[in-house]
Design a protein. Structure first.
Length: 132
């Protein structure tokens, strides 16, 4: 699957590759931060994520430029969240193995711990159309 079609997808794709090779990089730390949600979306995130990835990412950014570490950290996390939101809206998410249109139905959402995300341009509950 080409993740680069989504905002921040190149970071996620690079991070997944680095994690699978055991490399600690900025993209790998970012994927470690979002590992739980990325798995829920359906991506195969390796189990060997970095411990305390938030702190480690900030430290890594501060090593190269301490003055901009905070803003770069926030920008990277925003890109990760943008990727996660876009991937869910595009239908990559499957909740409890259901297809994306079923995962958004109200009766399914009641069984879930979180309410379904309402995406811009998405269909009402129970509606389905083929996306091309």
């Amino acid at each position: 699957m080409d993740l680069t079609a989504f905002p921040g997808g190149e970071l996620v794709q690079d991070g997944l590759a680095d994690l699978s090779r055991g490399v600690e990089s900025i993209p790998a730390l970012l994927v470690s931060i979002g590992a739980h949600r990325l798995r829920r979306i359906g991506l195969a995130v390796p189990e060997t994520v970095h411990p305390s990835p938030e702190h480690r990412l900030y430290e890594t950014l501060a090593e190269s430029d301490p003055d901009s570490a905070h803003s770069r950290y926030n920008a990277l996390v925003r890109r990760l969240v943008s990727f996660e939101n876009a991937a869910e809206c595009a239908g990559l998410q499957t909740r409890r193995g259901l297809p994306p249109y079923e995962a958004s139905r109200p009766e399914t959402a009641r069984r879930s711990h979180s309410s379904p995300r309402k995406c811009p341009g998405s269909l009402e509950a129970g509606e389905y159309r083929m996306r091309t």
